[in-house]
Design a protein around this ligand. Sequence first.
Ligand code: ADP
Ligand code: MG
Length: 372
Amino acid sequence: MSIVHEKPAFSKKSSGVILKDVTKIFQQPDTGKDFVAVDHINLEIQDGEMVTLLGPSGCGKTTTLRMISGFEYPTSGSVLIGDRDVANIPPNKRGISMVFQSYALFPHLNIWENVAYGLRVAKAPQDEITRRTNEVMEMMQLTGMEARFPNQLSGGQQQRVALARAVVIEPSVLLFDEPLSNLDAKLRESTRDELRALQKRLGITSLYVTHDQSEAMAISDRVVIMKDGVIRQQGSPQDIYERPNSRFVANFIGKANFIDGIFRGMDGEAALVEVGGHTFSVPVPGTMEGVEKDESCCLTVRPESVLLSAEEGSLPGVISRATYYGAKVEYEVMLGSQPIIVEVYNPQLSQRFVEGDQVHMTLIDRCVRVLK
Ligand code: ADP
Ligand code: MG
């Protein structure tokens, strides 16, 4: 699938979004107790930016989207769209389009009418409805499918219709709630890439919700990691992956090893951490929040940032598992009683180890972070 790459079919009306200290408390229907679904979040999405809310199920992502769209009302705090507080503006007047996992197409309308729907509701003149609907149909490579009905399209095509329907009304903000979850893995990747290309080309401010970390990495200018209604970290995909501020974030984005050590103080910019009698000098230690001198901390290192050798390295270990994946070999190496995951890419180029081999590990020091 590829979407025709032409200049935007219509004018740009995009605008930024600001959440100021937004909290949402639900009363649980069964117990009657208050439940804080979104807890004092502050978030700014720049005009034209693509931001992803990433977090485990139930962390408050959908609730956050619904407060922006106007289907849910914050318990406290405010939502601004294009510098305007939208507290008293109903959902259909906020200039927002949403795309869902379930596509939410009208089964009794053909594809053309599904795409045109928002313009009809907005009572646009007929010639404008025709022109814009045709333009968006073409842009989304749906030309030729006008007369079909949603159940006559594949999942990927239905999602393109849903996206066409969302952009045809020239929204100032696009909201996506796990839109690719119903697609199989291959189609999910290609649709994801097309969606990102379209978002960039139209320059529409977008907030994208997912629990899939690779989707978030691939699609976003900025990733916002949520847990239990709280924003735990935000930054570019690279920032978050390379400089996680907590074990939760390090684990949620990619894989991470946490090696127990003792923090022995700073040497200039570098943190000195003792592990099993060896002192590591970590040149870019990261945030180090809550890490106290001569107390426990952990060295956080990604599996691809550990090198294995038969002869040399700072940490001795024993291979307890070796799994061949083609592009890489994944080893589990026992450091005392602690398993360390090591990924070796291009396995043809390096020495192969088998279960029971004695090895030495070297941590690439620029890639190590120190966390509490
Ligand atoms: P996510 O989209 O991250 O999976 P949600 O925002 O849908 O999470 O939900 C966050 C939490 O708020 C969940 O624990 C959910 O059960 C709760 N919740 C959501 N909507 C309501 C509601 N209308 N009434 C009560 N609790 C709700
Ligand atoms: Mg959700």
